[in-house]
Design a protein around this ligand. Structure first.
Ligand SMILES: C[S@@+](CC[C@H](N)C(=O)[O-])C[C@H]1O[C@@H](n2cnc3c(N)ncnc32)[C@H](O)[C@@H]1O
Length: 317
């Protein structure tokens, strides 16, 4: 989970996470076309725009209507910019991407405005309605899901997406408590979880992993990431760059495996027929990158960020 999900970190205005490394990775061409699939509040997008000439284009997406409202307020007058509300999972269905992209950026997870506004229901530190959807008009809220999911399903989600060792115990407590009263508020859920967790001296709130897991589930974050990576590869021009910042190991594993699958032939296996005809479509640029010491000292949210960059190869489909 992004460290800024913990209460106590003030919403300081920083450069967006790993800004210089993202700009270097995207290597913005003056007349190129770029897609920022996670606009947020536009920190990275502004960096891309600064490097684009009048013939360049920047396509902006976000699931969150408030992020899109910001994008429209700030960039509606810029002829180089096009804006679309929606998941980057559907980027290839946006006509504007049809002519090809020279770079795609996904800066995953939630934004600090989403975490800081109690009404969005993401934060165990700020009591609000238990929602957690980046797009409040799509799918079930956390409250709706917790009202209907079976105990085993809840335990599975907590274990798989939160790596929560107490997943079964927490799921049991949730099901027992909802039989009395539905979960409507974040504080309710956080208290129920805390009430069955052993004391932890680390200072991390006992609901941290469960909130992360429920958020990932409610927003279908990993399925979107898989689809977004496929869409990006399909739309990138030869020489185009893909840059993805992830904030936990589940996301990073997906990105790492995606790049490896398209960059390297699968290892030979004596038991299987030899795979011939592998054509690499991506080249990895620089491996896993982390924020530098200066950024880590001033920006707590950079602590768990991992950036991976890859380039689409000539001749790839
Ligand atoms: C970490 S913030 C991005 C911050 C941004 N790079 C900036 O500089 O302000 C993540 C944003 O991505 C959005 N988001 C997350 N998953 C998404 C998806 N699958 N499709 C579109 N937007 C998504 C969230 O709503 C949030 O606004």
């Amino acid at each position: 989970m992004r460290p800024d999900a913990q209460p106590g970190h003030p919403a300081v205005l920083h450069l967006p996470v790993m800004f210089a490394q993202v700009m270097e990775g995207l290597r913005v061409l003056e007349n190129g076309t770029y897609l920022d699939g996670t606009f947020g509040r536009g920190g990275h997008a502004r960096g891309v725009l600064r490097n684009l000439g009048p013939g360049g284009r920047l396509l902006l997406m976000d699931k969150d209507p408030e992020a899109i409202a910001h994008a429209e307020r700030e960039f509606a007058g810029d002829a180089r910019v096009a804006i679309r509300r929606g998941s980057f999972a559907e980027l290839a269905q946006w006509d504007a991407t049809g002519a090809g992209l020279d770079g795609v950026l996904f800066d995953l997870g939630v934004s600090s405005p989403q975490l800081d506004v109690a009404e969005r229901g993401f934060s165990f530190g700020k009591d609000g309605p238990l929602d957690m959807r980046m797009d409040p008009d799509s799918g079930e809220s956390a409250s709706q899901w917790l009202a209907r999911a079976g105990e085993a399903e809840i335990a599975d989600v907590l274990w798989t997406y939160g790596e929560e060792r107490m997943s079964r115990r927490i799921a049991r407590a949730i099901v027992a408590r909802r039989a009395q009263q539905p979960f409507l508020r974040t504080a309710d859920l956080a208290e129920t979880i805390a009430s069955v967790m052993p004391r932890d001296k680390s200072g991390i709130h006992p609901a941290t992993r469960s909130f992360q897991a429920i958020r990932i589930h409610v927003n279908r974050e990993l399925a979107d990431l898989e689809a977004g990576l496929d869409g990006a590869l399909a739309r990138l021009n030869a020489g185009g760059r893909l840059a993805v910042i992830s904030f936990h190991s589940l996301e990073d594993r997906i990105v790492k495996r995606f790049i490896a699958r398209h960059a390297k032939a699968p290892p030979a296996n004596r038991r299987l027929p030899e795979t011939t005809g592998f054509v690499a479509s991506l080249k990895e640029i620089g491996g896993a990158q982390r924020a530098g010491a200066d950024e880590l000292a001033t920006n707590p949210r950079a602590r768990s960020a991992v950036l991976r960059v890859a380039e689409k190869l000539e001749g790839a489909a």
